[in-house]
Structures are given as C-alpha cells and as structure tokens.
Write a protein that binds this ligand. Structure first.
Ligand SMILES: C[S@@+](CC[C@H](N)C(=O)[O-])C[C@H]1O[C@@H](n2cnc3c(N)ncnc32)[C@H](O)[C@@H]1O
Length: 212
C-alpha cells in the first residue's frame, strides 16, 4: 500500500475502517496502560479516528501521525477545534491545546518532533501495512516513541480467504516484531460480528505491550 492508495481511499471516501463511535476495545482496555491523567498518547496512522475525541475528553493529550491531510482536516472539524498549522521540512504540524497531529509519512517523523509520549495506541495501523513494511514500521514506532508501552488492536483471520488491508497479524508475527522490547500480553480475543467486510470469520485481538 503506497501513499497513492491511501490518498485515493480518502478522496473516494472509501474508509470502512473509520468507526463512528470509536473503538469499544479502547474504552474497555485503555486503563490497562495505567496512565496518569494528562499522559500523552501517540496514535500512529490515526486517520480521523473518534478515539482521539474520547482520549481528549478523558483528560489525555494526543499526538498523531497521518498521511492524509483531508483526514486531518476532517478530524479537527469533528473535534470543533481550529488548529495552528506549521510547515516543517517533510511534514505539516497541526496543533492546538493537548493535540499535535503530524501530516505526512510516519517514516519522516523523528523522536525530536514527536516529543515525549507515555503510550502508543495502535488501532488499524500495523494491520494497514503490507508484510514487507510491518517490520520497519514496528521498529520505527518503537524507536521514535522510545519504547513507550502500547495497546495494539489487530485482526486475525485466514489471509488465504481475503486480501488485506486490513491484514491478519498472527501471534507469532506480533511477538516477532515486539518481543525484543516488550513483555506481550494477549488481553482479549473478540469475534468480529458479521466477519471481516462481511466475508470471512475474523477476531479482533487486543495486545498489551509493556516495557520488558
Ligand atoms: C486503516 S486506516 C486506520 C486509521 C485509524 N487508526 C482508525 O482506526 O480509524 C490507516 C491510516 O493510515 C494512514 N497511513 C497509511 N500509510 C501511512 C504512512 N506511511 N504514514 C502515515 N499515515 C499512513 C492512511 O491514510 C489511513 O488513514
């Protein structure tokens, strides 16, 4: 999936991944990160997720990274926040109180720009990327966020029956990406009602990645 693929998804409004009510598993399991109020949560590949509004409303600060400026503009409209927009060399920085969103390729985001984060929330980020990108993505995110704990929500299904994205991430694969830096806990496995895209049986899996 290259940048053009995602820009076209947003242009054509083919964003089946976007959840109008946010993700229920975030609300149910976010407390497992044991963060203090005011903690800063990094959301890679954030789209215009309504989870950002939920985190802000619950007293957290958010920093996101998203390729699509259209998505980020829609996000701020939904939040009814007017951001300040700064041009950086490779990225554009939308920001307001308690929220920073970097627009552009996440691989252009450095730890200096990101700043300190207390946790990472990955919903539909790792699963959005093809296998050949997932290793570099996972290493980059751990590197720029300096090993901050993660709550990761993945899909598991038979990849032979359906092409991604979203891609299926097996337990072996997530351990391969993250066990060097984290202790992994499979928090819960939930059957996806109606299957993935109404086509294949699938589970949503919540992983808690704590500093090893
Ligand atoms: C499956 S969507 C998930 C969005 C969001 N996490 C959610 O739960 O609604 C993946 C998002 O990643 C963005 N994206 C893909 N590749 C990216 C990259 N290299 N850098 C930043 N964002 C990227 C896409 O534009 C898309 O909005």
């Amino acid at each position: 999936m290259d940048a053009a693929f995602w820009h076209e998804r947003w242009r054509a409004n083919e964003i089946g991944f976007h959840q109008e009510q946010g993700n229920p598993l975030l609300k149910a399991y976010f407390e497992r990160l044991a963060l203090a109020k005011g903690a800063r949560v990094f959301i890679p590949l954030c789209g215009k997720t309504n989870d950002i509004g939920w985190l802000l409303a619950n007293g957290y600060a958010v920093v996101g990274a998203e390729l699509s400026e259209m998505a980020v503009q829609a996000l701020f409209e939904d939040l009814a926040i007017s951001p300040v927009v700064d041009e950086l060399s490779d990225l554009r920085h939308y920001h307001a109180e308690n929220i920073d969103i970097f627009v552009g390729d996440i691989f252009d985001l450095s730890s200096e720009l990101l700043g300190e984060v207390d946790a990472i929330y990955d919903r539909a980020a790792l699963v959005a990327l093809p296998a050949e990108m997932r290793k570099s993505y996972s290493q980059h995110v751990v590197g720029i966020a300096q090993g901050a704990p993660q709550l990761v929500i993945c899909f598991e299904y038979d990849q032979a029956l359906q092409a991604g994205p979203p891609f299926s991430i097996s337990e072996a694969e997530i351990r391969q990406h993250y066990s060097e830096n984290y202790q992994l806990e499979r928090v819960i496995t939930v059957e996806l009602e109606g299957g993935l895209k109404g086509a294949v049986e699938a589970n949503e899996v919540v992983w808690l990645l704590k500093k090893g």
